[in-house]
Design a protein around this ligand. Structure first.
Ligand SMILES: [Zn+2]
Length: 347
């Protein structure tokens, strides 16, 4: 038996409450609702594959289906506690991978080695320290039903973050609290940490990772029918990108755009995400706006469309898109080649 520190491993709260279950102490964090064992019994992991059970086709399909919508082809993946490599096999059916590496201590690694490019048998922290695993080398890091077994999950999350490229994706799955919606607590002696949505997301946030998708009620098996699944990544820097809307295929081949609507979205949206060099002029029916300048381009009355032809008009309005489109077609149909709505550029 050994003792772990009292302070919350998820959020860092210094003095959580202490409760005793089955004669063993564990914490209850009032700040993030994390619970962790204080008294930890020894557990032999040599013959035990973490994440081993729950290998039904339905579960593997659900896990892969959670990850792949956010994943590009050609990723370099690293799975911590990959067991026999079932998830790797399922993901490889759906996406191409430049490489897929695993870490597994149990004998399941032999099967995993037939399904992956390489399987390591030492902790990730050691592999990074020795250079066997390259820092910043992976586009996707995964770990399913591992984190709850570790004394200091923060250390392995730090190592995972270190292994990730700046815009890599992290997939984690753990039991959601007890892991069963009807059981208030779980006394699986190999589980040291009992995560919930708030504690897992706060642990990730402390390592610079923002949770972009989360799901509870994910079925692992009958005992852990309520698992928690998250995808996290480093938040994008708050930087304007004038190509973001301008490069949309709906505007392809168009040099100069007429923007219909010089309202609030000019400053709130177009100023950051539409290249102002592409704007010929604005039109607006509000006489108070006519004669003004937005993003360096003049604001004119709609009649300005009568000069010239083959205009591409961007409807810069969400709520009046339909009436503006009807008005353009009725009044300026012969002059306008293409009508694009801001809503289309945001799809
Ligand atoms: Zn906490």
């Amino acid at each position: 038996m050994h003792e772990l520190p009292l302070s919350c491993a998820a959020c860092g709260f210094p003095v959580p409450e202490v409760v005793v279950i089955g004669g063993l102490r564990r914490t209850a964090c009032p700040s993030c609702h994390h619970s962790q064992r204080i008294d930890v019994e020894p557990f032999d992991y040599q013959g035990f594959a973490m994440g081993g059970p729950g290998r039904t086709p339905e579960r593997l399909s659900a896990q892969a289906g959670f990850v792949t919508p956010h994943l590009a082809d050609g990723a370099r993946a690293l799975e911590i506690g990959c067991a026999a490599g079932d998830l790797a096999q399922e993901l490889r059916r759906r996406k191409t991978f430049a490489l897929y590496h695993g870490v597994e201590f149990s004998p399941a690694r032999d099967m995993a080695a037939t399904r992956m490019d390489r399987v390591f048998t030492r902790p990730l922290q050691d592999l990074l320290a020795s250079g066997e695993i390259e820092a910043g080398g992976y586009d996707l890091v995964l770990s399913s039903h591992c984190l709850e077994h570790l004394s200091v999950p923060s250390d392995v999350v730090a190592a995972m973050a270190q292994a990730m490229t700046p815009d890599a994706l992290l997939f984690l799955e753990t039991p959601n609290r007890s892991g069963h919606a009807r059981l208030p607590f779980d006394d699986n002696r190999s589980h040291i940490h009992f995560f919930g949505v708030s504690s897992l997301t706060r642990l990730l946030a402390r390592h610079g990772l923002e949770t972009i998708a989360a799901e509870t009620g994910a079925r692992h098996d009958a005992r852990y029918s309520d698992s928690l699944r998250v995808l996290a990544r480093r938040p994008a820097p708050l930087r304007a990108d004038p190509t973001l809307l301008s490069s949309h295929p709906r505007l392809a081949g168009v040099d100069r755009i007429v923007v219909w609507g010089a309202g609030r979205m000019v400053e709130e949206m177009l100023a950051y995400y539409l290249d102002p060099a592409r704007i010929a002029f604005f039109v607006d029916k509000d006489a108070a706006k006519q004669g003004g300048v937005r993003l360096g381009a003049p604001v004119r009355a709609p009649e300005a469309l009568e000069a010239g032809a083959d205009w591409t008009v961007l409807i810069n309005s969400l709520e009046f898109e339909a009436p503006i489109r009807a008005e353009i077609e009725t009044r300026f149909g012969g002059r306008v080649d293409r009508i694009v709505a801001i809503a289309e550029l945001l799809e």
